[in-house]
Design a protein around this ligand. Structure first.
Ligand code: BEZ
Length: 257
């Protein structure tokens, strides 16, 4: 995860309670198809679980994340990999990469143009940009719950919403504008079981909902979170009694021309 902005990251709970984020990201590694000796940037690497998988194929990986806490955790878990703190909306490297990879991070970066421009300038010609992130309609049950509840606490949700969930048309057009050829693009539903029943819904809010609650006193914060939790449970799909996060993903594979 990168571009923490208003979001605080807790590497411990990220790994234990929200570990499905990295596990589900493994599918996009097939699209990356890393080759031995390639230099690859993992943009928004979180605690490094996918960076280490990429490095396992013999490529040289740099993991970058805006959260210092995540980078500290990644370095201690995987000391042989290079991890750096950096801003995904504005970055540059002296030596360009063969490929830039990103899982579950780009939706935290609202300045998509800044991201795409930085990615382009950090890739070799012919280099690959392979990414998975939230697409239009992603986590709509949670988003609607925030929009319903937060005005009651004097918070305008649209001003707090930290996420960028573009349509596939919007994102692939942007890539083309910035000099990429889009080779594959997909927008698909991925309902994701939240572990531990109702607690999983609260863990999700604890892990990802910070921006909406910032600035509230403790009591108001607890009460707002409880209301969002109840509202979200009304809106989220379920399967066999388990709440599902209504994830909708975009996957893209593009080449710098
Ligand atoms: C996602 O992985 O789609 C996501 C995670 C946290 C907040 C919003 C979206």
């Amino acid at each position: 995860m990168i571009k923490q902005g208003t979001q605080s990251w807790n590497p411990g709970t990220y790994d234990t309670q929200l570990g499905f984020v990295s596990k589900l990201g493994k599918g996009i590694l097939d699209w990356l198809d890393p080759q031995p000796g390639e230099h690859i940037l993992d943009l928004g690497c979180g605690t490094g679980d996918l960076a280490v998988e990429i490095a396992g194929t013999g490529s040289k990986v740099t993991g970058m994340d805006q959260s210092e806490a995540m980078i500290v955790s990644a370095r201690s878990k995987y000391p042989d990999i290079t991890f750096i703190v950096g801003d995904g909306e504005q970055f540059s490297f002296e030596a360009p990469f063969d490929a830039i990879f990103s899982n579950a991070a780009l939706h935290w970066m609202k300045n998509a143009r800044g991201v795409i421009e930085s990615v382009r300038d950090s890739l070799k010609s012919g280099g690959r940009f392979v990414a998975e992130f939230g697409g239009k309609g992603n986590v709509d049950g949670f988003v609607r719950a925030f929009y319903e509840v937060m005005p009651r606490y004097g918070i305008e949700p649209a001003e707090r919403n930290p996420w960028y969930f573009p349509s596939i048309g919007e994102y692939t057009s942007l890539l083309e504008q910035y000099g990429f050829e889009v080779r594959i693009a997909e927008h698909f539903d991925r309902p994701t079981p939240l572990p531990e029943g109702d607690t999983g819904v609260m863990h999700w809010l604890d892990g990802f909902g910070d921006a909406f609650f910032k600035g509230l006193e403790d009591a108001a914060r607890q009460s707002a979170k409880q209301e969002v939790y109840e509202a979200a449970k009304q809106k989220l799909p379920t399967a066999s009694g388990v709440y599902l996060a209504d994830y909708r993903r975009i996957r893209i594979s593009a080449v710098k021309l």
